[in-house]
Design a protein around this ligand. Structure first.
Ligand code: UDX
Length: 451
């Protein structure tokens, strides 16, 4: 008989995993402590924006395959495989990961376990967490319950969560016994049959695979942003440079877009947590470059603030700045550690009035940044602005008509913090165009360079 699956934690990761497991044909129980979130999900609605996911949740709630509860006892009673999908945010005062949600979930689940089952961690955690969790769960579970812990990290990207879960690049099974591997192979049988590569290993390696993947991606972005600084100093163009690098398959064509840098609930905290753990294990010096990647990333935000200040004539006092984008990336309403809002907040603190517009994240921005004007359209954000900043690369912004913005802005000055707008279109509508890592683009005009 196919296993009954529980998914503990129903945020971006858990809600996606639960709905996708139902899509694969399993009975799934989503577990959370947040009543409001549960009520929405049980009604087939999403408490956040994620393309394709709302339809999937609604479909499987209706089919009866997917249900939700706040009862850990019930989950422990019915589940054969329990996926732990709770958050592991950065601790408030250190760089390490906060494992309190994970430990709390294990503590509530373990005493009710009544039969052999597999507890599978999916969250990004410091290496060694699965070992500690195994001891914790086995100590709290009733004597004789055959419970095993495995680690099966998740690589989904927000904005593409459903596609990434149903058609992953690879699966990683960190297991402690052949039985653990068999149980994971059962769960993912249909994806394995489609040829999804799988790496089976021990739990520690599985934990480190996830932390390394995110740290590599973060380092790649910071690499191109460091080169962007060099380009700016040398009068070179990082966009052309990155275009040429991408043709080399050894470098790869993704995660090489220069701009305001990375944010979100994963990459920034994951590089810090990996370095913190490496320090604990006495090998921090080998990973010191992660500290540089982090600093370069934060500097990328400051450099966009500096460009905006220059465009405001050296001071933000009494200036109005329009900000296109609030989410940490397009196709998401997530504003956790969003570079767009970090830049907007820094400019506001320096004396400017801010108007922000995002196609999906306006509500979240309003909740967390109540002193900023939240505009109802992109053009509204530009109204009366002395400078316009493009900080989240929604397709709607690349497709917008610069003339419409010119008609309402106080001055035609734009900083493209994502390097995805077409300078020629904006310049043709009379805009002065600046972007990190590129020469001042007015100077690219051959008539100005060689009059
Ligand atoms: C990341 C990992 O990609 C994913 O595998 C993991 O499971 C969770 O963490 P996510 O946080 O959803 O996913 O976003 P991602 O698409 O990785 O983007 C992260 C940040 O990097 C965004 O702020 C994005 O704008 C920025 N970025 C990305 C760049 O600045 N330049 C790039 O070239 C690519």
């Amino acid at each position: 008989m196919s296993p009954y699956i529980t998914v503990i934690g129903t945020g971006y990761l858990g809600a996606t995993h639960a709905a996708c497991m139902a899509e694969l044909g399993f009975r799934v129980l989503g577990v959370d402590v947040d009543q409001q979130k549960l009520a929405k999900l049980a009604a087939g609605e999403l408490p956040f924006y994620e393309p394709e996911l709302a339809e999937l949740v609604a479909r499987h709630v209706a089919s009866g395959r997917l249900s939700f509860t706040d009862s850990y006892e019930h989950a422990a009673e019915v589940g054969d495989v329990h996926f732990l999908c709770v958050g592991t945010p950065q601790q408030p005062n250190t760089d390490g990961a906060d494992l309190s949600y994970l430990n709390a979930a294990a503590d509530r689940l373990a005493p009710g376990l009544q039969r052999p089952c597999l507890v599978v961690g999916k969250s990004t955690v410091p290496v060694g967490t699965a070992d500690a969790l195994t001891r914790r769960i086995q100590a709290a579970a009733p004597a004789g319950t055959g419970v095993e812990v495995a680690w099966n990290p998740e690589f989904l990207r927000e904005g593409y969560a459903v596609a990434d879960t149903l058609a992953p690049d690879r699966l990683v099974f960190g297991v402690q016994s052949p039985g653990g591997e068999r149980a994971l192979r059962d769960v993912y049988a249909s994806l394995l049959a489609e040829g999804t590569p799988v790496v089976t290993t021990d739990v520690r390696t599985a934990e480190l695979i996830k932390a390394s993947a995110n740290s590599f991606l973060a380092t790649k972005i910071s690499f191109i942003n460091a080169i962007a600084e060099l380009c700016e100093a040398a009068g070179a163009d990082v966009v052309k440079l990155a275009e040429a690098l991408r043709y080399d398959p050894r470098i790869g064509d993704r995660f090489l877009s220069p701009g305001v840098g990375f944010g979100g609930g994963c990459l920034p905290k994951d590089i810090r947590a990996l370095l913190a753990r490496a320090n604990e294990l006495g090998v921090g010096s080998a990973l010191r470059f992660l500290d540089d990647a982090d600093r370069t990333n934060l500097r990328a935000r400051r450099r966009v603030v500096d460009l905006a200040r220059q465009e405001c004539g050296g001071s933000f006092a009494g200036r109005r700045v329009g900000v296109l984008g609030a989410a940490f990336k397009p196709n998401s309403d997530d504003i956790r550690d969003s570079p767009a809002l970090a830049v907007a907040a820094a400019i506001q603190a320096a004396g400017a009035e801010i108007a922000v517009y995002d196609p999906q994240a306006n509500d979240n921005a309003r909740k967390h940044f109540p002193t900023m004007d939240i505009a109802l359209s992109a053009v509204d954000a530009a109204r009366g602005a002395h400078v316009l900043l493009h900080l989240t690369e929604w397709p709607e912004f690349a497709g917008a008509d610069p003339a419409e913005f010119a008609a309402v802005a106080a001055e035609r000055r734009i900083v493209d913090g994502r390097n995805t707008l077409d300078p020629a279109r904006w310049q043709a509508a009379g805009w002065r165009f600046r972007a990190p890592g590129r020469p001042q683009l007015d100077a690219l005009n051959p008539e100005e360079v060689n009059p």
